[in-house]
Design a protein around this ligand. Sequence first.
Ligand SMILES: [Mg+2]
Length: 300
Amino acid sequence: MLRPVAGTIKENGRNPDHRVDQRPERHYGRHIPHGVSFRLHSVIRMRSLLSPLRVVFLLPLSFVACTPATPAPKAASGAASPAAGPVVPTDELHWLRDSAEYRAITIQTYRVALEAAAQASAGRPAGSWAIAVDADETIIDNSTYEVELQRQGLVHTDAAWKAWVKRGERVAVPGAAAFLTGVQKLGGRVAVVTNTVQSLCPDVAANLRALSLPYDLLVCRAENGEDRKESRWKSIADGTARPDLGPAEILVWVGDNIQDFPDQSQALRSQPESAFGDFGVRFFALPNPIYGTWEKNPPR
Ligand SMILES: [Mg+2]
């Protein structure tokens, strides 16, 4: 189990600036609008308490739990006591971990991505081209981290994330291993480009090896470096990322965040379908309902 780790709980229990976050994306955990994080954690706990026999007696408390004055969740720096009972995971976490649909989506996406790589690389010399994948929630599944946080009523912190990564217990996203292996068989380079900071890069590498997820390049984010990945993709294309391998043109991208694709951002969501022309052709997006840059988009 994840132990409470000393860390700074920031805005809404999440780090408001993902650029100083140890994790690749802005926030970890479900979307929490400003000012309601305490309510969410209270509601999560309430869900675990609401057995049929308790509903009548606890219903008034649910209204209390939905007020901003509800006590804060346990800070990661404090001693956490065990939850009162089984904590039901949030719907999106439940879906990601326990649905057939999630597995079907990731497997089908990777199958189509491999077909796209084969088609795009036809006639190209081995080693002259590459695919770029993100790491977290693209080829590596961190949902257990979120489960442990929810069970203990804790929230994401940089320190907790670092401790989680160093445990090396992350599992592979379904379909990822077949895709990466298939790309290498086609003669392509596998480039993992992650916003995990450089200091944790050896831990990421060890986890990838443990999962038998093959790769040729692992490009992490420099300490305090930008979260955009364009410059790192460029370093793969021009050969500076790994000079011993030489230049490799990236033909296919896979990621769970819109910023895992060149020149893309959340602004794309307001564009017509024609603006999504690269998706399913050379861009392949995986679902991440747990966290991402989408969290800051105002609900419609
Ligand atoms: Mg990711």
